[in-house]
Ligand binder design. Structure first.
Ligand SMILES: [Fe+2]
Length: 257
């Protein structure tokens, strides 16, 4: 992707997986060189904000994250509203949290602490999920309670949202109506694959039409600061990646002008 990143007018900023850089100053320097002055935003997959009973280990993670943020100096940092481990077991996956009052309180405490220790706005992302549990709140209400009580922000993954709406048969309009959309600081767009009637968030394909429609609606509804194309596989198909990036730019420019 070096050529694409070096090309002017295509990539404005870079998102990196936080855990690839924690405690690795040489890697931090390398990504800053590649970014050549563009913002580099750490996006975590292992904060596991919803895990109970691992406070000491969790605080160590936040301390390391604060060191990374000091080096990269990003405008914000992000992770997912999920858990990736129990007290004793690594799940190696982003798992949905039970939507209960107890979990909201726990996540709010941790989100506040992460945001204040790292000293930058903290964004929580909606994950794609294949089961839901805990019935105090619906998905939008759960996210709203967390971000409003913690005074943090939303990374809205539009592909995850479209897939969840399809897989769990809910209305995207109602979802957005229940959400403080002014707290959305960034979106993710990605393309996945379908198998056995279920959509999987593989980040391997072009962004599909329903996701572009959601993006079109969102950029014309709120003043969206940033959008990120998530593409982790089939990167050799550079023309596709470039086209999707330029389409994001065109749509954002259209509402800004
Ligand atoms: Fe995402």
């Amino acid at each position: 992707l070096d050529d694409l990143v070096a090309e002017s007018g295509v990539v404005d900023w870079i998102e990196v997986i936080t855990e690839h850089f924690l405690g690795r100053p040489a890697e931090m320097d390398r990504i800053l060189r590649l970014a050549a002055g563009r913002p580099v935003v750490p996006h975590g997959i292992e904060m596991s904000i919803g895990t109970f009973g691992n406070d000491a280990e969790w605080h160590e993670y936040i301390e390391q994250l604060a060191v990374l943020a000091d080096r990269l100096d990003p405008p914000w940092f992000s992770d997912h509203l999920c858990f990736t481990r129990s007290e004793s077991t690594e799940l190696a996956a982003l798992a949905p949290l039970p939507r209960t009052k107890e979990v909201v309180e726990h996540v709010v405490r941790r989100a506040r602490r992460a945001q204040s220790e790292v000293g930058r706005p903290f964004l929580l992302e909606n994950i794609a999920y294949h089961f839901a549990w805990g019935d105090d709140f619906g998905e939008a209400e759960f996210l709203k309670r967390v971000v409003e009580s913690a005074d943090c922000y939303i990374l809205m993954d539009l592909t995850n949202l479209a897939q969840n709406a399809e897989n769990h048969a809910f209305s995207v309009d109602e979802y957005f109506a229940g959400l403080p959309v002014d707290r959305i600081v960034q979106v993710h767009l990605a393309g996945g694959v379908e198998g056995g009637g279920v959509w999987y968030d593989t980040h391997s394909e072009r962004v599909p039409a329903p996701v572009w429609e959601l993006f079109d609606w969102l950029v014309s509804t709120i003043d969206l600061p940033a959008a990120m194309l998530e593409r982790d596989m089939n990167l050799h198909r550079t023309a596709e990646v470039r086209d999707d990036l330029l389409r994001i730019r065109t749509m954002m420019d259209a509402v800004r002008s």
